[in-house]
Design a protein around this ligand. Structure first.
Ligand SMILES: CC(C)(COP(=O)(O)OP(=O)(O)OC[C@H]1O[C@@H](n2cnc3c(N)ncnc32)[C@H](O)[C@@H]1OP(=O)(O)O)[C@@H](O)C(=O)NCCC(=O)NCCS
Length: 178
């Protein structure tokens, strides 16, 4: 596959297109990651610089068809969040693939994160990935519910990340075909 065809690759769900981020997505993603209420389980909402950096890092990962992808509503073309797989080196010594998700406040509670995460799970298991995780603060009930609804279970509790050392559940699910 050429670099261009990799970046044209889109994961489609019934209502969403999950596509690689583009530099022009900064403003739309800032409406998600810059919102203090949406980001209440993070140390702080992201400023524009951090959003640009997030897009740049995930655009790099998209060259391997990995990373957080833009979550776009097919009905309107609007970018309303992100979702995708990110490799993580965990304090238990394992390297695991984490599924991450964020949805803009006015679109939460409509099943979009679950729909996107479940499509990524199918995609990654189809590629032969043995196990997927989600790292979630126990008080982040909406995110715990997304993990549970796609079939993940709590496997371990850790302090995450290296700097913050906040308690997190490791939710996990294994590939049934391996
Ligand atoms: C987590 C998040 C992505 C979920 O997105 P979403 O599209 O609203 O998710 P869904 O609609 O698929 O499911 C949300 C679930 O959380 C539940 N939920 C929503 N708000 C809740 C609340 N305040 N308390 C408890 N459960 C809540 C919903 O009821 C639903 O579960 P249910 O189907 O059992 O009723 C969204 O809340 C978000 O962007 N949060 C901020 C970013 C974040 O924390 N990301 C994850 C980091 S680990």
């Amino acid at each position: 596959m050429t670099e261009n065809s990799i970046l044209d690759w889109v994961l489609r769900t019934p209502r969403l297109d999950l596509r690689p981020f583009q530099p022009g997505d900064v403003e739309a993603l800032e409406a998600v990651l810059g919102d203090p209420w949406t980001m209440r389980y993070y140390p702080a909402p992201f400023d524009r610089f951090k959003v640009s950096d997030w897009i740049a890092r995930n655009s790099e990962r998209a060259l391997e068809r990995m990373g957080l992808y833009a979550m776009v509503l097919r009905s309107s073309g609007e970018l309303i969040g992100d979702c995708g797989p990110v490799p993580q080196d965990l304090p238990n010594g394992k390297t695991e693939t984490e599924l991450g998700w964020h949805v803009r406040r006015d679109h939460q509670g409509r099943g979009y994160a679950t729909e996107a995460a479940s499509a990524w799970m199918g995609e990654m298991f189809g590629r032969g990935e043995a196990h997927l995780i989600a790292l979630v603060r126990p008080e982040n009930r909406p995110s715990c519910r997304v993990a549970e609804k796609i079939g993940m279970q709590i496997e371990e509790d850790i302090l995450w990340n290296a700097e913050l050392k906040w308690p997190h559940h490791i939710y996990g699910v294994s590939n049934p075909n391996r």
